[in-house]
Design a protein around this ligand. Structure first.
Ligand SMILES: O=C(O)CC1=CCC(=O)O1
Length: 261
């Protein structure tokens, strides 16, 4: 499976699955994970979508770019991928940082997207100091320093108790993330404020909220849904990484939206 090279010289790893002649669907991962976070969604999607998933910059197999970048650049990465694959229009599903990427796409490139599922996400994540502390923590001590705190935010206590192997699978993705790549994405989130432009978005969006999400809490999703005309909203019982914690509920909400049910 290929890398694709972007206009600023960065390289991104992507994989395709499913039916090549079916409508395309792009999955965009969260901070500290990689494209394997979508395994349960790809199983569901590959029957009736051309599935494209990729590793965000500095995550998974996508190398860490030399220069800093913004959330807008993460959106541009997707547009350049679509161009390289000669896809005029696609559906999109992103979680957390992937959802932020989707907000940028819905705002700046509405003609390229049919439906966008924006999951466990936020338009603005202050305070800046929290991100600066995380950047320092991973730069000084590596990813292991974050694993316990992150998995506690991403999964409910019940899920962690009952599903230690699944929690460990995701913990391995966190450990495998390049600290510099994680830090660069933290800086992009720190500097992001998409709130003022939400009301200009005309795209067809689903806002999916985790009722027990301490990272992007329900009010963050509500704010996005309240400010985008016609936004559909779904609430699932999960913490932050709802696609992994509650795949059946997540898939029901996202795929009934994408399939037009
Ligand atoms: O790391 C977290 O807990 C929350 C988060 C912010 C952006 C993202 O993708 O995850």
């Amino acid at each position: 499976m290929p890398f694709w090279e972007l206009s600023d010289g960065a390289r991104i790893w992507y994989e395709e699955a499913g039916n090549r002649s079916a409508p395309p669907l792009v999955f965009s991962n969260s901070l500290g994970t990689n494209l394997a976070m979508w395994d349960a969604q790809v199983d569901e999607a590959e029957g009736d979508f051309r599935v494209i998933r990729y590793d965000q910059r500095g995550h998974g197999r996508s190398p860490v770019p030399a220069e800093a970048f913004s959330m807008e650049r993460l959106g541009q990465d997707v547009v350049e991928l679509l161009d390289s694959l000669k896809i005029d229009k696609t559906d999109f599903c992103g979680l957390s940082m992937g959802g932020m990427t989707g907000i940028v796409l819905a705002r700046d490139h509405p003609a390229r997207f049919g439906k966008l599922a924006l999951c466990n996400t936020s338009a603005h994540m202050p305070p800046a100091d929290l991100w600066n502390e995380r950047i320092k923590a991973v730069t000084d001590n590596g990813m292991e320093a974050l694993v316990d705190g992150v998995t506690e935010r991403w999964f409910t206590a019940t899920f962690r108790r009952d599903n230690p192997e699944e929690v460990e699978r995701i913990a391995e993705q966190i450990r495998a993330t390049e600290p510099d790549g994680y830090a660069a994405c933290c800086a992009a989130i720190r500097d992001m404020d998409l709130r003022p432009t939400l009301s200009a978005i005309k795209a067809d969006v689903l806002i999916l909220i985790g009722d027990s999400d301490p990272s992007t809490p329900p009010q963050d999703g509500e704010l996005i849904a309240d400010n985008i005309a016609g936004a559909r909203k779904e609430i699932v019982h999960a913490a932050h990484l709802s696609a992994v914690e509650a795949p059946a509920e997540f898939n029901r909400a996202v795929f009934s939206y994408l399939r037009g049910n």
